[in-house]
Design a binder for this molecule. Structure first.
Ligand code: ASP
Ligand code: MG
Length: 446
C-alpha cells in the first residue's frame, strides 16, 4: 500500500486535477490519497474571516472567489454523473461558511476556535471533489487525527491517534483506494482543529507510518528538494537522494518542500519518502531514505531561515547556561544554535521579545548583582545553513562557509560551527541573505 499526498497546487485547477487522476489511476497497488485544500484557499478563508471580523464588507467579495474556485473545478473535472451530488455537498458547506462569516461580522470578533472551524472547510471540500473525480470514498481525518493543546498550539496526540486510526482503517484494510483530507483533526471535545499550516504532509506521514505503507509519495509543484531555493539561487539543482536526517535538517532550516514534522513518523518506521512533481510526473524527484550512497557529494544543500533573532546573555562571570535552556523550555521557546560558552542562542523572531523578558525575570538577581551585564536581542537576522552528511569529519566546511561570507563582506553574527554531522549554520543580517545564499551556494556547488 502506498500513501500519496497531493498539495494545494496539485488539486488547485481543472488541469492539475486531471494530472492527479492520471497519477492515481496509473498506480499498481492500493493507495491512500491525502489532499490539501485547493491552492490558495486556506489563505483566502483566513483573509475573509479577518475582513469579516473587522466588519469590512469586502469579505463577501473574497468569499465569492472561494465559491467560484470550487464551482470551477467541479464543473471542469468532476464526472457528469456525480456533479450534481458534489455541488450539493459543497454548496451546503459554502452555506455554512457564509453563515459563519456573517456571525463573525456581526460579532466583530474572530476566536481561534472559530478560525479553526473556518479553515477546515478547505480540506473538507477538496476531499469530496477529489473523491468523486477518482470515484473512491472519503475517510474523514477528523475522526482519527487527534490533537491536544500545548502552549496555545495544537499538537498531535500520537497515542490516541494511533488507536483511532487503526479503528478507522481496520474495516477498510482490504479495500481499495480512499481519499483523506489532510491538515484537519479534532480534539478530545470533538472540536475541529488542525496540524498547523502546511500540515497535510504531516497527516500523510502519520497515516503512512501507522499503516506501514511501502512508500510515502508527496506530490507537489517542484521537482524535489533543491541545493538552494531556485527563486534566490539561479543555478540551484534537484537533489536526487537524501537521508532522513538530511531532509529533516533541510526542512528545519527553511527548505519549504515539506512541513518539517513530516519526516519523523516515517523515518521512525523506515518508510521512504519520494517528492514528485505533479506537473512533471516523469521526473525522478527526490528520494528520502535511510540508505544513501557513500560516494555522493557531502554537502547537499544551502538553506536559510528568515525571521530569526539572536539572544545574548552578556556577562563574563555568568556560566549557568542550563538555567537559560530550562527557562526557554518552560516557556515554549524553541532555541537553536545555542552556544553555552558565548551565552548566545537563536530563536524565531516571534519569540524574541518573550525570550528576553523571560530571561530578565529568570536572571533578575544576576542582573542586579552585575553577574549578568545585559540580556539583549539582535533582531532581523537570517539563519543560514549548509546541510549534508559527515560534516564533522569535514571541518573545512565551516571554514568554507565563513570564507564565502567574508569575501562578500557579509557580517556574520555567530561563527559557523560544525555542531552536528549534518549542519553547519550561522546567522547573518536578513538584508544580506540573498547575497549570502548565492555566495555560499557557488562556493559549495560550482
Ligand atoms: N491547506 C493547509 C494550508 O494551506 C494545509 C496544507 O496545505 O498542507 O496550510
Ligand atoms: Mg504544503
Amino acid at each position: 500500500m502506498k500513501v500519496l499526498k497531493f498539495g494545494g497546487t496539485s488539486v488547485g485547477t481543472v488541469e492539475s486535477l486531471r494530472h492527479v487522476k492520471a497519477i492515481v489511476e496509473s498506480q499498481q497497488s492500493r493507495c491512500i490519497v491525502i489532499v490539501s485544500a485547493l491552492g490558495g484557499i486556506t489563505d483566502r478563508l483566513i483573509r475573509t474571516a479577518n475582513l469579516a471580523a473587522s466588519r469590512d464588507h469586502a469579505y463577501t467579495t473574497e468569499f465569492e472567489i472561494v465559491t467560484a474556485r470550487h464551482h470551477e473545478v467541479i464543473e471542469g473535472v468532476v464526472p457528469a454523473e456525480s456533479r450534481a451530488e458534489v455541488l450539493a455537498i459543497t454548496d451546503a458547506m459554502l452555506d455554512e461558511l457564509a453563515t459563519l462569516y456573517k456571525a463573525i461580522c456581526l460579532l466583530g470578533e474572530l476566536t481561534p476556535r472559530t478560525l479553526d472551524m473556518i479553515v477546515s472547510y478547505g480540506e473538507r471540500m477538496s476531499c469530496v471533489i477529489v473523491s468523486r473525480i477518482l470515484g473512491v470514498p472519503v475517510l474523514d481525518s477528523r475522526s482519527f487525527i487527534r490533537t491536544q493543546s500545548r502552549f496555545g498550539k495544537h499538537v498531535l496526540d500520537a497515542e490516541t491517534t494511533s488507536s483511532l486510526l487503526h479503528a478507522a482503517f481496520g474495516p477498510l484494510e482490504q479495500a481499495n483506494t480512499v481519499v483523506v483530507p489532510g491538515f484537519i483533526a479534532s480534539d478530545s471535545n470533538a472540536q475541529v482543529t488542525n496540524l498547523g499550516r502546511g500540515g497535510s504532509d504531516y497527516t500523510a506521514a502519520i497515516i503512512a507510518a501507522e499503516l506501514g505503507a511501502e512508500i510515502l509519495e508527496i506530490w507537489t509543484d517542484v521537482d524535489g528538494f533543491m541545493t538552494a531555493d531556485p527563486r534566490i539561487v539561479a543555478d540551484a539543482r534537484v537533489i536526487d537522494r537524501l537521508s532522513f536526517v538530511e531532509a529533516m535538517e533541510l526542512c528545519n532550516f527553511g527548505a519549504k518542500v515539506v512541513y518539517p514534522p513530516t519526516i519523523y513518523p516515517v523515518f521512525h518506521r523506515n518508510i521512504p519518502i519520494v517528492i514528485k512533481n505533479t506537473f512533471n510526473a516523469s521526473a525522478p524527484g527526490t528520494m528520502i531514505a535511510e540508505r544513501v550512497n557513500q560516494t555522493e557529494m557531502t554537502v547537499k544543500g544551502v538553506t536559510s531561515l528568515a525571521d530569526t533573532a539572536l539572544i545574548r546573555v552578556v556577562g563574563r562571570t555568568f556560566h549557568d547556561f542550563g538555567r537559560v535552556v530550562n527557562s526557554m523550555a518552560r516557556n515554549g521557546v524553541d532555541m537553536f544554535l545555542a552556544s553555552p560558552t558565548a551565552g548566545t542562542f537563536g530563536v524565531r523572531q516571534n519569540d524574541s521579545v518573550k525570550a528576553v523578558s523571560v530571561l530578565r525575570e529568570e536572571l533578575a538577581a544576576e542582573l542586579t548583582s552585575g553577574d549578568v551585564d545585559a540580556i539583549e536581542a539582535v533582531d532581523s537576522l537570517a539563519t543560514l545553513a549548509i546541510v549534508g552528511r559527515n560534516l564533522r569529519s569535514m571541518p573545512e566546511s565551516a571554514e568554507m562557509l565563513r570564507r564565502a561570507l567574508n569575501q562578500e563582506g557579509i557580517p556574520v553574527l555567530t561563527a559557523p560551527r560544525n555542531d552536528s554531522d549534518t549542519t553547519v549554520a550561522c546567522m547573518v543580517p536578513a538584508s544580506h541573505v540573498k547575497q549570502a545564499l548565492n555566495a555560499v551556494h557557488s562556493s559549495f556547488f560550482s
